[in-house]
Design a protein around this ligand. Structure first.
Ligand code: HDD
Length: 718
């Protein structure tokens, strides 16, 4: 049947306000984007050229049984467009999730920078953020062990500023010329395109074990930072040293940090692996849901500031991107806060087409001579030209600044502006020399590069000051808590067990000996190897007598746990015959504390009068939750105790060191699972005491995991 046209006569079908038109508090970017939104509601179906379509079901044919006619411009247009719907995915960071929001500085930072968005606490600067994994393709799983990208486009009053960082503060290589080699090594192998979303393969470990500058970063990737629990709960780092420049022209070196307000947490490897199969969208779903539920993710933006005259006071080179500045040496000064409060309307138009470049800076921010950064300044705009089909990608709605971007650049593929006038050159006298340059100024001036004095020979050489590849890796290892060290060892053991060539495994273990002999020994044991004696041992102590630290507690994720259970996910496990009073009491208290509660049962339907299951045991496994609550009546406990899936649910939560609570008959399910009814992180009581049990449960969830259970949990089969 052909569609009946619902067209409203006289209403143009090109640019219509979107279904989610800007609400109160919309930013300048929201309003700009809205002018490009298309809303199909109440619109007639038309061709790309505006002709109304009367039949979208049948090709034009010669007779009912064909053949089809080439003349069918409607079918040809539809199929042609479809044939070209995909664009090349990003060469790295292909899988991503994005969101809109705003950034606000706490107080004017005029002494530090003349950047307008850091000078006025009244200004809410719109942002678009894209988080990503690095190795996998667009359809790969979220929870793989990998670095996460952390890109923020600030649509400032002075043009776009792109922060293009990662969730780890260092990088694999020191010079951009090695980036293609590194990416070729980590990506799926060229002969069979295996593995997807994983670094556990020969070419990655071959490369990194031959390039010791990567050892510090590899250690970060093998740590819990490589498997963040949530994109909302991971830190972000600018990595390179940048400059902030004030109106008087004074420059200071800075390192940028994003700190999630709710703290930072990671998955356990077993959870990450299972989630990759059971919910490959786990991280992006969590980000989306949090924003839809009004749990707007927030990060503070901070800087470590180093005065120009202190550039050489450290044990390492500030230009070396494989080094951090320990916070114990230079504390972080928090400048402001970013809030993500709106999901994109369209994945392709926004998250896929957004184009970041670390070279997009505004007056008051400048680069350092870090050779990795210098190469990046070229690569990003270059890659967009093939990815987004030409040099006009800045005209795509998500990439447009909220300022004008008038200049004499003309034409090229997909030009969407109609540039008026005869003069597209400068100087000109026939158009009054417009558009004109703006001299640099304290306020609203043109961009002026920081006047840095440099001299030297043209030379291809790595600076001697970049040569110590192990000391900061040693510092990182020594700063980890015992469970974090265990996880690192297990990660190396897992990854290297997947490496086929023994000489590569041996080379990695030999490299580890330079970081720490115990680390090397523990990894080697599981691989049947013996590490060689260290050749260039790292030292957590300053080697040069310059500023250094032995241990940096702020590197441990244990130092990031924040009190409270806001935005956590709690499962109430129940079956038919559950105890409605306990469920209601738990739900009320947990929700009041900011958690999201779901009733999980073997089947959908009513589990107690007026209480319905939100999801099934198979559909929302325990790995999707932070904690499990058992509120059973006798029948419910019997059913759950008899169910292998239900017992596995509880055992798995126990194995993953999650808080578990049981009231009334719920305790029977713990016993049927051979779990203790009461110990640290396992709370239980009579139904009459449900409020007290839930209060202890909330406190236990706030600690994130029950680390004291780790050794016991290892023997639990789940
Ligand atoms: Fe890169 C994308 C982060 C080194 C070349 N990079 C990309 C993205 C992030 C980073 C977050 C995804 C942006 C988005 O969401 O669209 N890259 C980093 C960090 C690095 C780094 C933190 C080191 C400190 N990158 C790096 C080097 C080069 C590149 C040394 C090349 C010389 N990166 C690219 C790229 C990508 C990219 C090929 C692929 C897609 C894109 O740019 O837009 O140009």
């Amino acid at each position: 049947m052909a569609n009946q046209s619902p067209a409203k006569p006289g209403v143009p079908n090109s640019v219509q306000p979107s279904g989610t038109a800007p609400k109160a508090g919309a930013t300048s970017k929201d309003m700009q984007l809205d002018t490009f939104s298309v809303n199909p509601e109440n619109e007639a179906l038309r061709t790309n050229h505006g002709v109304k379509i009367s039949d979208d079901q049948n090709t034009l044919k010669l007779g009912e049984r064909g053949p089809s006619l080439l003349e069918d411009f409607i079918m040809r247009e539809k199929i042609t467009h479809f044939d070209h719907e995909r664009i090349p995915e990003r060469i790295v960071h292909a899988r991503g999730a994005g969101a809109h929001g705003f950034f606000q500085v706490y107080e004017a930072q005029t002494e530090l920078t003349k950047a307008a968005f850091l000078r006025d606490p009244a200004v809410k600067t719109p942002v678009y953020v894209r988080f990503s994994t690095v190795q996998g393709s667009r359809g790969s799983a979220d929870t793989v062990r990998d670095v996460r990208g952390f890109s923020v486009k600030f649509y400032t009053e002075e043009g776009n500023y792109d922060f293009v960082g990662n969730n780890m503060p260092v990088f694999f290589i020191q010079d951009a010329i090695k980036f293609p080699d590194f990416v070729h090594a980590v990506k799926p192998e060229p002969h069979n395109e295996i593995p997807q979303g994983a670094s556990a393969h020969d070419t990655f470990w071959d490369f990194v074990s031959l390039v010791p500058e990567s050892m510090h970063m590899v250690l970060w990737v093998m740590s819990d930072r490589g498997i963040p629990q949530s994109l909302r709960l991971m830190e972000g780092f600018g990595i390179h040293t940048f400059r902030l420049v004030n109106a008087a022209g004074k420059s200071r070196f800075v390192k940028f940090h994003w700190r999630p307000v709710l703290g930072s947490y990671s998955l356990l490897w077993d959870e990450a692996q299972k989630l990759a199969g059971k919910d490959p969208d786990f991280n992006r779903r969590d980000l989306w849901n949090a924003i839809e539920q009004g749990d707007f993710p927030e990060w503070e933006l901070g800087v470590q500031i180093v005065e120009e005259e202190d550039e050489h006071k450290f044990d390492f080179d500030l230009l070396d991107p494989t080094k951090i500045i320990p916070e114990e040496l230079v504390p972080i000064k928090m400048l402001g806060k970013m809030t993500l409060n709106r999901n994109p309307d369209n994945y392709f138009a926004e998250t896929e087409q957004v184009a970041f470049c670390p070279g997009h800076i505004v007056p008051g921010i400048d680069f350092s001579n870090d050779p990795l950064l210098q190469g990046r300044l070229f690569s990003y705009t270059d890659t967009q030209i093939s990815r987004l089909g030409g040099p006009n990608f800045h005209q795509l709605p998500i990439n447009r600044p909220v300022t004008p971007n008038v200049n004499n650049q003309r034409d090229a593929m997909h030009q969407s502006s109609i540039h008026r006038g005869q003069a597209s050159y400068e100087p000109n006298s026939i158009a009054g020399n417009w558009p004109k340059e703006t001299p640099a100024a304290a306020v609203d001036g043109g961009f002026e590069t920081y006047h840095e004095r440099v001299s030297g020979e043209k030379i291809r050489k790595r600076s001697e000051s970049f040569a110590d590849h192990y000391s900061q890796a040693t510092l990182f290892w020594k700063s980890m808590s015992a469970p974090e060290q265990d996880h690192i060892v297990a990660a190396y053991q897992f990854e290297l067990s997947k490496v086929e060539r023994e000489f590569i495994r041996q080379r990695v273990v030999d490299n580890l000996a330079n970081i720490d002999p115990v680390l090397a020994q523990r990894v080697a044991e599981a691989l049947g190897l013996t590490p060689a004696a260290p050749t260039q041992p790292g030292s957590a102590k300053s080697k040069s007598g310059k500023a250094g630290v032995d241990v940096s507690p702020s590197l441990s994720l244990m130092s990031k746990v924040k009190p409270g259970i806001k935005s956590t996910q709690i499962a109430i496990l129940a079956a038919k015959g559950a105890d409605p009073k306990s469920i209601a009491a738990a739900k009320t208290a947990l929700t009041a504390a900011g958690a999201h509660v779901k009733v999980i049962a073997p089947m959908l339907g009513e589990v107690a009068p007026g209480i319905f299951a939100d999801a099934t045991i198979a559909g929302m496994p325990s790995i999707a939750f932070d904690a499990v609550f058992l509120a059973c009546g006798e029948a419910s406990a019997k059913a759950l105790s008899a169910s292998g899936d239900a017992r596995h649910y509880v055992l798995e939560a126990y194995k993953h060191l999650k808080a578990i609570a049981a009231v009334g008959y719920g305790r029977d399910v713990l016993q049927a699972s051979h779990l203790p009814v009461s110990e640290e992180g396992v709370l239980s009581g009579d139904t009459a005491n449900v409020d007290a049990v839930v209060a202890d449960f909330i406190e236990a969830i706030g600690k994130h995991r029950v680390w004291s259970r780790a050794a016991k949990a290892a023997s639990v089969p789940a």
